[in-house]
Write a protein that binds this ligand. Sequence first.
Ligand code: 13P
Ligand code: SF4
Length: 304
Amino acid sequence: MTTKNADIISEITRLKKQRNAVILVHNYQRSEVQDIADFTGDSLELSQKAAKTTAEVIVFCGVHFMAETAYIINPHRVVLMPEIEAGCPMADMITAEALLARKKELKNPTVVCYVNSTAAVKAESDICCTSGNAIQVVNSLPDQEILFVPDQYLGQWVAEKTGRKMQLWPGFCPTHMRIMPEDILKLKNKHPGALALVHPECRPDAKAAADAVLSTGQMMRFVRESKAPGFIIGTETGIIHRLKIENPSKFFLTVNDKAVCPNMKSTTLEKVLWSLQDMRHVISVPEDIRVRALSAVERMLAIS
Ligand code: 13P
Ligand code: SF4
């Protein structure tokens, strides 16, 4: 660690205490940001953590929809994002207006909304899901037409696993599109003992080439419990940091080193410090939207 980073970290630690803040960090964040976390996890684990925290301030190191979800659950706490421009291109592939139009066309289907979406889209949805609980969420629904938004690839996989007929919104994650089946197969040939784990946001052919399809939190648990010596990882590369720390005797290969989410990487240690110094950037959602979005988030949390 550089002296500069050590100074920043000690100031973050001091301010965190003074502000009564908790730092929640997604598995895709920069390694040095993961290292100052009070809790690191996937989007489900982070929203569960946010629901239980007693801290006055939540510093959310992730992307906008994650901090928004923390606020939806915690309107009485201050939710800060160190980098306000950290959005999610997939979340921006659907608007509340477009969703309303599609609901009308389909004559009011049950809308399952991946948490990678804005609060306004959640407000028009019946229930949320994450990649860690999407199958469970869909299985809990009555036998009625389902519209799954906005990730077509997560939706396609859930439809396959649950046997439910689902209408899919044509959204996708540009980072996970970089994970190609031929790269997985090449690595599997070269390292026959290694297991390939991919995220459900990957293309169907990449998922078919893998040994398991898991959310980032599920990958952490799978690797911990597996006897395999090594793993081929098909998701954003940030997760490798924690995998290596928690499993020092196992080896990890990325399917594609370029599977990097620029939004996830835009939060830096300096920005976390400035966030605590200046209490910025404060995340909030208009109350009428928050209340309707909360009902979709709470329905998800209740069955997770
Ligand atoms: P997880 O829910 O697995 O953390 O994934 C979040 C995400 O943004 C994947 O691209
Ligand atoms: Fe959005 Fe993909 Fe980045 Fe996740 S990895 S935040 S889905 S762009």
